[in-house]
Design a protein around this ligand. Sequence first.
Ligand SMILES: O=C(O)CCC(=O)C(=O)O
Ligand SMILES: [Fe+2]
Length: 281
Amino acid sequence: MEIKRKADVSYEEFMEEHYKPGIPLVFTNASKVWKANGLFTPDWFRENYGDRTTEKGGRTYTMREIMDMVEKSSESNPAPYPFLFDIPSKLPEILPLIEPLHLNYARPNWLERKWFKRGHWGSATEVFIGGPGGKFPYLHLDYYHLNAWINQLYGEKRFTVFPRGQEEFLYPRPDDPWRSEVNIFEPDFEKYPKYKNATPIHFTVGAGETLFIPFGTWHSAYSLTPTISVAFDQLNSKNYKDFLKDVWDFEKREGTVKAIAKYSYAWLGGQTCKLADTFSR
Ligand SMILES: O=C(O)CCC(=O)C(=O)O
Ligand SMILES: [Fe+2]
């Protein structure tokens, strides 16, 4: 399998060839509808939001410090990765620059509706910042079976994805089956012999490009240059059943009463959103 790259793809083609069958895609120019496209640079963030802070590894960093670190980062001495800013709470001013969030492709998205727009449910709209040599710490599936949309706005990131159905080669952790035990950047084939059968697909996503990662796709990332991306998640009738099951499984750990309450809320939200989809069609 190779990851296709498409410019100006129609919504219908995206839905038929990628969304419905769950096949990743790199859109080469979907984020042209965002003002953020071409605007986001390390200097722009330093100048406008240099004092904003975020935490990483138990320490607080300013935007200015982060941009300095990622610009100095190197393969042999990489800056921590990723630095994350939750946009609604930490950088709300940039929300108008990433509209429409769905890019005219990521719709319907129930996470943009009142019911689910709550910050929990594993969903987030975040800025990711990294530097050369910065690796996402593990190969994983996103929680709650959400689709991920990763918008590369500055610099280049190398992604690795696996075709669906390779779980048995990827050694999901028994205590956290969303995470693989294999360090894909330096695999230990003695310890994980079946990983030899896995077929990782590597590709680079550059500034202005958007990667669609359908739910159930194992993935990881590696920053090749200083990078700035905006990631958001998507939920609708396609992944809703799996999402609900995850809500139940995750919340059950917190106790049955809480699980029932959350599940009921999510179920009702789903019915409401489904109905709204029907009427908007
Ligand atoms: O580093 C990246 O861009 C990948 C991020 C990712 O997969 C995640 O946050 O779930
Ligand atoms: Fe992810």
